[in-house]
Write a protein that binds this ligand. Structure first.
Ligand code: ZN
Length: 83
């Protein structure tokens, strides 16, 4: 996705389309243990999207926070692939 791309979402409380979206990722700290002792430690391969996206309304009169049922980021990505 690029700056200017449409993201299909709005605040469920005030209907504003000015939002902060936080897309959650998980990453593992990988510890290799041999004979009960730490042998190696590395950051996991690549962060994995959990599918959870949190919204925060930017309307100063609202500031509602919620968790999306479906990811609007994924929906925008899918829409961009179908152009
Ligand atoms: Zn709002």
């Amino acid at each position: 996705m690029r700056i200017g791309d449409a993201i299909p979402c709005r605040c469920p409380k005030c209907r504003s389309t000015d939002l902060i979206l936080s897309e959650e990722f998980s990453v593992c700290d990988v510890l290799t243990v041999r004979g009960g002792r730490l042998q190696d430690r590395s950051a996991g391969e690549s962060p994995m999207a959990t599918g959870r996206v949190y919204g925060e309304c930017s309307n100063p009169a609202c500031l509602h926070r919620w968790t999306f049922r479906g990811s609007p980021v994924q929906a925008a990505f899918d829409a961009a692939q179908n152009l």
